[in-house]
Structures are given as C-alpha cells and as structure tokens.
Design a binder for this molecule. Structure first.
Ligand SMILES: [Zn+2]
Length: 424
C-alpha cells in the first residue's frame, strides 16, 4: 500500500520507499526479540521491483548501517525504561507542550504552577523540573497540603521551636528549611489557610520566615513548584486564595490535561506500567489483548494516570503467567462500566476517534464514501451485503433474510436475480 501511494503521488523512485512498513517491522521484531532488530527493504515495488521484500537481522549482524538506520534503531523498552520512576511518559501534543514548557524554564528560578486534575502526574513533572534544574544535586521536598490538618500545616511548612505548643518537645525544621538550595513542591496549594498563604508569600518573595513559636528569622533559597487541582483564579475570585500569592506563583503556569483528553498517551503508559510492574512483581505478562486495549482507550479514567497505573499493576498480578492482560483483569466490576467505542485502534496502529453518539451512522457514512469513491454500483453493493449475510447465516436463507429485514421470499427473489445477472 505504501509503495502504491508513492507510485501514485511521486512516480517511480530510485530507492525503496516503504519507510513506515520497514519501521513498523523493526519495532515489532525488536519488541519480540528483546534486542534491536533492524529491517531493510531490499526490493521495493515503489522502484519497479515485483514486490517489496524486507530483510531483518539483529543490529550487530548488519555489516553496514546508514545514518538513517542508525538513527532509527528501535529502543528495547525493557532496557531503556529501567529507571521507570524517573521517566516522564507521554507522546500526545497536550502532554509534550506541558513537558516542553517545563524543560524550557528548568534553568530559571521562577515559581512553576502546575494545574490539572488529581492523578495527572503533577509530581512527576515537578520532579522532572527539579532534575533538569541547576538544583539537581540539592533536595527535592514534596508536601501535599491537603493531607496535613490545618492546625499543623504551618509547623510542617516552616518548622517549629521547642515548646511552641503542647507536643513540640524538640525543635524541628519545616519543609522550606529541608528544601534549602533545592526545590519545594507544594501540591493542592489552594487548601492552605490564609495565614499559611501569607507566610508562603513572604518565604517566596523574601526567602525568609520564622519557625512556629520562634522569633529568629531563617533565610532559605528555595525554588517553589506549586500545584493545584482547582482553578486558582476562581479561588481568588471567591476570596479563598490570596490574589498576591496567586500572581506571585503563576509566572509560569503549566496546564496538565486529564488523560481522557490525551488518549494517545494511554498505550505508552500501559506499556510503561506493564514493564515496571512485571519487573517489580517478577511476572511475565506478554502484553494486552486487542479487546483490553480498546476497552482502555474507551475508558474515561476519572482518576487519570494514577488510576491507569493501579489497574495495570492489578492486572499484571491477576493475568496468567506468559499470557496477555485481558479486560477481566483490568475492570473488576464491569457492571457499572460503559465501554463505549470512543476510540479505536486502526490496523496501522493509529488511534482514531469514533463519535460516540453516532458511531454506527459514522461507520456507515465512511463505508458509503469509500464505495462512492471506488465507483461501486448499488446492485453490486446489494449483492455483497446479501452474500455477507448468507455467509454469516451459514447459507440459511430465512435467517439471512431476517438479518437484512427482508422476508424469505423477497430475499429468494433477489438471489434469483443475482444468479441471472451472474450467468448473463
Ligand atoms: Zn516497498
């Protein structure tokens, strides 16, 4: 097909033209073999050979590889993704633009504000920002503000002097002090009390604060990365979040879209977590069944990446050794679950959207477009549909008629007509 498209658009080539086919074969073989396999097209219909012929060999067995082949050598996933905890996974435009923003501003000390639903991977991105910064060797300290009771949040953030309150038996540093020289990641920042907010503003602006119950001022050098799963400007409008703090921390706002808005990332994440948990739990799970992948592509993931990760870990544990993960390993309670065909994987591995509401109507329309483009006649189509229905019914005319909404007699008449036309 690739050669045909090339011939049609560009005419004969002097070189083989089927790059996609070659790349796909290389990636496929590499994944199976667990080592880099390079495929080369040695004969190609696109340059006038009778057919396209691909040769595949492990990379070391090729005598000479050209620059393109070297550059396009497939990655062996299980090797390159060993440092899974460090890897930021995503290929969608929405995800990559968030990642690019983080990479571009990694060298700056400006506060980063990550906005997105719970579970989209804000902490992973915060760690990436830290890793890429000049502070890499210094501490990365994270705190989920929503997880700390309001009465304790200030001592958690800024530390506490001995005897500051009942139970403060020893002086203790807070997260700002622990993060000195490095990065402090504050998740769910919108949940902070007004007092904590004003202290944070000062700590970020002046780099100084006091421990709770202490009068001595402590100076720190901390890059703040804040995250929120609610719209902070709305919180400002409602008066629950300080406007000055909002402006101070929203210099570099990065929106991390929910997983259902970047479904292209689902297959990559599936593979990533499958390898991670197979390794961690000492299991061999060969992959996912097409049914499982289609179900996952259609699922909305209210819990985002975190939910997907949990599902895959559980499925890795439940699946039979050496076999693929199926729907039943992923969705335990399938009752409440609607598996709508929101997305489907096409034969060439691309993901295409199917309109939920009119997916059947859409399919029919696409089919019709194809038929009209190919110049098919109505009678011919009718014949094809009837033959298909007869095949499906095992030659039973009455049952085929029911499928097509005909009476047995109507269908028999049409069959007769088809036979006459064919013999003519
Ligand atoms: Zn070819």
């Amino acid at each position: 097909m690739e050669a045909a498209i090339h011939l049609n658009a560009m005419g004969h080539s002097t070189d083989p033209v089927c790059w996609m086919q070659t790349g796909f074969a290389s990636g496929f073989a590499t994944t199976f073999a667990g080592q880099p396999i390079i495929t080369r097209e040695v004969e190609c219909a696109g340059r006038g050979d009778a057919a396209c012929v691909l040769h595949a060999k492990p990379k070391p067995e090729w005598d000479q590889l050209d620059d393109l082949e070297l550059a396009a050598t497939p990655l062996v996933l299980s090797e390159t993704w060993h440092d899974a905890g460090q890897t930021v996974i995503g290929i969608s435009a929405a995800f990559l633009s968030a990642k690019t923003m983080i990479e571009r501003t990694a060298a700056s000390n400006a506060t980063l504000l990550l906005m997105g639903e719970t579970g989209v991977g804000k902490e992973v991105l915060a760690k990436l920002a830290h890793r890429l910064s000049t502070r890499e060797a210094e501490p990365f300290i994270a705190l989920n503000c929503a997880a700390i009771p309001e009465g304790l949040i200030e001592s958690e953030l800024f530390g506490v002097a001995k005897g500051a309150y009942t139970g403060a038996v020893a002086a203790r540093p807070g997260r700002f002090e622990l993060a000195n020289g490095g990065t402090l990641f504050l998740d769910e920042i919108s949940t902070l009390s007004p007092l904590a907010q004003s202290k944070i503003l000062r700590a970020v602006q002046e780099g100084e604060f006091e421990r709770v119950g202490d009068t001595r001022t402590i100076k720190v050098d901390v890059r703040l990365i804040a995250a929120s799963n609610v719209e902070l400007n709305e919180a400002v409008r409602e008066g629950t979040f300080r406007a000055d703090l909002f402006y101070r921390i929203s210099t570099l706002p990065v929106r991390v879209p929910p997983l259902r808005q970047r479904r292209e990332d689902i297959p990559v994440l599936l593979e990533h977590f499958r390898l991670r948990y197979a390794l961690r739990h000492g299991r061999t799970v060969s992959g996912f069944t097409p049914r499982a992948i289609n179900a996952l592509l259609a699922y909305d993931f209210p819990g985002n990446v975190r939910e997907l990760e949990r599902m895959v870990e559980r499925a890795v544990l439940l699946a039979d050794d050496g076999r693929a993960i199926d729907v039943r390993h992923l969705f335990l309670e399938t009752d409440g679950l609607e598996l709508k065909p929101a997305m489907c994987m096409t034969n060439d591995g691309r993901i295409s959207a199917v309109d939920n509401v009119g997916s059947r109507a859409n399919l029919v329309r696409q089919m019709l477009d194809l038929i009209v483009d190919e110049g098919g006649s109505l009678l011919e189509m009718e014949g094809l549909v009837i033959r298909e229905a007869l095949d499906a019914s095992g030659g039973n005319v009455a049952r085929a008629a029911r499928t097509l909404g005909f009476t047995r007699r109507q269908l028999a008449l049409r069959l007769e007509k088809m036979e006459i036309q064919e013999s003519a």
